[in-house]
Design a protein around this ligand. Structure first.
Ligand code: CAO
Length: 410
């Protein structure tokens, strides 16, 4: 079967998490992704959080599958010449270095437009143009400055970061969309273009509903929130959905830290919900009958439902509520996730063989294309494809590559 991005060559100058996640998706979609790494050390994540001595970390292997690795010292004159040759022969350059890092090596958008006019130059930075543009950023900084942190957690606790990597992986998904759009536009214009994502912007885009609520708050308290008091900004609202349908995480048996199920009370499931939890006595009671009436005492309503859920496991509640069409979701801990049969069968949790670490678990590709099957491969060893790439893409002789290796360029 062919692949959606077959024939697209990506020069992957990404590191840490935000960039590599994007280029990993490009590789899954069939692009030839060549990861350019500093000789000797590579992407810093190869060595971070190692669980086996001298073996690429899971941090690296889980973000860099299906790529080729080329080591190249871009601070060496010959290394930079090689890089320019590769840029002229590539469709996309992706990078997420600190602001100005590539410009300091003479690789600027102005020059790229002249030297490689069909190239799409894609970057992730912490911030867009303006007051913060020269600052570096990591995941949690983006969460703090994009609105996620101040709105996550409980009212009486501090701002809280979320385990979902919305700053890094969230930016990566935005960048992927922008790169694909630029590739499509190039078909008509014949030109590449500059594609930029700021992590702060990506997080803000994902926090859109909180800006909705900020404006609603100017007209009065947010009734869908569990909070009793409101200030000038949207507060942390615990596990409340805060949306059109109320929801909360409810305790289940046997009471472990993740024995919870998230339950949403849609207006039309109210009657069957009451029957399921044995509270038929409330049927027709005006204090509970309508969504507006229930809004007055959501905490009481969820405590009542919890009275029933806490006598069953989260899996039993899931099964029973689902059988009567009540939207709910058990809280999966990481053990539940890696052992889940349907996630395994659908390829979302996969085992990949690796020459140095043995088999490792990784998360599969959520993008499903009927005409472009994704096979999750392993991550490359540092410089594993240096000779292959330089000979195949630039036509260099093996002896020349060897000389550059001796000089530390490759
Ligand atoms: N050969 C030689 N040097 C190389 C190289 C290569 N193949 N590839 C990169 N380098 C050099 C760069 O030229 C740069 O050197 P200088 O600083 O001397 O110009 C350096 O490696 C990388 O610089 P950096 O600023 O990117 O690295 P850092 O560790 O100080 O900062 C980070 C890391 C993530 C804070 C910063 O890259 C950043 O803000 N990136 C943009 C936002 C982002 O993507 N953050 C996501 C991080 S994941 O949580």
């Amino acid at each position: 079967m062919s692949k959606a991005l077959e024939g697209v060559r990506v020069l992957d100058m990404t590191h840490v998490q935000a960039g590599p996640i994007c280029t990993q998706m490009l590789a899954w979609l069939g692009a030839d992704v060549i990861k350019v790494e500093p000789p000797g050390r590579g992407d810093v994540t190869r060595q971070q959080l190692r669980d086996i001595p001298d073996v690429d970390s899971l941090y690296f292997t889980m973000l860099n599958s299906n790529k080729r690795s080329l080591t190249l010292d871009i601070k060496h004159e010959r290394g930079r010449e090689i890089l320019w040759e590769l840029l002229r022969r590539s469709d996309v350059l992706v990078e997420n270095f600190g602001p100005g890092a590539l410009d300091r090596q003479g690789i600027s958008w102005e020059l790229l437009q002249v030297e490689a006019p069909r190239l799409i130059y894609a970057s992730i930075k912490g911030f867009g143009p303006g007051d913060y543009q020269s600052a570096k950023a990591y995941e949690t900084i983006a969460q703090a400055m994009g609105g996620a942190m101040s709105t996550t957690g409980f009212e009486d606790g501090p701002p809280t970061s979320t385990g979902a990597q919305i700053g890094d992986s969230g930016s990566a998904v935005h960048l992927l969309a922008a790169i694909l759009a630029a590739l499509l536009q190039r078909q008509t214009t014949g030109r590449g273009q500059r594609v930029q994502i700021a992590m702060q912007h990506a997080v803000l885009n994902l926090c859109r509903v909180k800006i909705r609520d900020h404006q609603r708050l100017q007209r009065g308290p947010l009734k869908e929130y569990p909070n009793r008091e409101f200030g000038a900004a949207v507060p942390r609202s615990g596990n409340a959905s805060g949306g059109g349908q109320p929801g909360w995480a409810l305790r289940c048996s046997p009471g472990g830290p993740d024995d919870f199920i998230y339950v949403i009370v849609q207006p039309h499931v109210w009657e069957r919900l009451l029957r399921q939890i044995g509270r038929e006595d409330l049927l027709g009671d005006p204090a509970w009958e309508t969504p507006e009436a229930r809004l007055q005492h959501l905490d009481e309503m969820f405590a009542m439902i919890e009275g029933w859920t806490s006598r069953h496991t989260k899996w039993e509640v899931f099964q029973q509520f689902n059988s009567i069409d009540i939207p709910c979701g058990p809280v999966f801990d990481t053990g539940d996730l890696v052992n889940d049969r349907s996630l395994r069968e659908s390829g979302m949790i996969v085992e990949v063989p690796h020459p140095e670490r043995g088999t490792y678990l990784t998360v599969g590709c959520p993008l499903r294309l009927s005409d472009s099957a994704v096979e999750i491969g392993r991550s490359p060893l540092l410089g594993e494809h240096s000779g292959e790439v330089l000979q195949e893409v630039l036509g260099l002789e093996a002896a020349e590559v060897e000389l550059m290796r001796e000089q530390g360029v490759v």
